[in-house]
Design a binder for this molecule. Sequence first.
Ligand code: PLP
Length: 472
Amino acid sequence: MSAAFRKGRLGLDPEPAEMRRMGEAVLAYLIAFIEGLDDAPAAATDGALELARRLRASPPEDPGRFEDLFEQVRAAVAHTLEFAGPGYLAYIPGGGLFTAALADFLAQGVNRFVGLWQTSPAVAQLEENVCRWICDVFDLPADARGILTSGGSMANLSAVVTARHAKLGDDPSDGVYYVSEQAHASVTKAAAIAGFSRKHLRIVPTDAELRMDPEALRALVREDRRAGARPFLVVPSAGTTNTGAIDPLDAIADVAADEGLWMHVDAAYGGFFRLTERGRARFRGIERADSITVDPHKGLFLPYGTGALAVRDGAALRDAHFEGAAYLQDLQPTGELPNYSELSPELSRDWRGLRVWMPLVLHGVGAFRRALDEKLDLAAWIDGELRSDPRLDLPWSTQLTVTPFRLRDADDAANAELLRRINASRRVVLSSTRVGGRFVLRVCIVSHRTHRDRVEEAAGIIRAAAAELAGD
Ligand SMILES: Cc1ncc(COP(=O)(O)O)c(C=O)c1O
């Protein structure tokens, strides 16, 4: 049956019965999808490129059939890594809470605009509840401001732009910023977009655990200042992507305070572990940051597309992003509620606050705290398990929930083969990186759907593959 569309509305609003039929089909699919995740293959990319080629098409002039295109969507989704499943231990896992999907459906359906609060104050308030809560998680003061972004990369961009504006004013040409070689690429990318080339960048050495060395930072800053440059920004990480290393935030905050640097903490991956006792202890000093990136689409298990930036001095965020416009003159500036469009590069955008607010309120913060605590336990467990295997070498400790490892006394090719065999299990997916030029595998546990059973299975698969390669 082809889709029925109301007459007289350019064929774009389906009849109520049709809306229900399509909506119920999607809902039924999603419920079955989530229920099936435990048994779904962790990777199902065989034939995916061929499928992609078959799906290559321009949209037709005439109406399509919902059943046909829904089938195409389901097929496309089935030929991927299982990002939403418990076996996804690669890169930094995201989540995919059903309640966030529901919030998105609702938010997109009513299509409310939150960029200028006056147009929809109560809608903006729900998003602001989330932004304020994120500032509170990090004990930032009352005049701090938060924004929701599409991800950590965009949050890092707004942070760099804010630091540039606050510290260098109109002439950033002599500015110098500092990261360790373990910083996420989005930081240097953000700086490049903000006009800072490699000559503005200093790489701060790290210690044996791949953490930024604060005294080396201090020495570099002083050297640069003596040479006539203007050091303005340091970006430590609260959980690096490669190995989960946590830079010594309190000591770096001391250097930043002494040397007048803006301290932006990239906590995109690790930030929400601050909800746990252990995270709070490990991130000591983060509350002194000028700005913090944190990704709800990582540590709050939300669907991709949800990052956040919290800035201690909300006015600095606004000063860096505000651009008046005559056609917005009817609307009031930031007041009791913020105009998010004055705090970020975006004007029109989705009401992404609902996607964070609804799960937080529906499940309660405690549910997230307990899930994050569980991830810390699981990562500590697999660290011990892999460390007990004489074939495996774990060069760094598990500081958060990334456990890096490689085959002992083996070259990169053997380690790449180990990764291939592990992933061929289709029960778990791991990814690799390079540290100090050497190939390293890593287990990264973030998903709310990853529990002890899958982590035990992962350890068994890794150990069996290592034994097989060793010919044992
Ligand atoms: C530490 C860190 N910073 C920044 C990012 C970039 O975030 P996004 O992918 O949300 O843009 C990531 C992503 O994994 C990350 O791990």
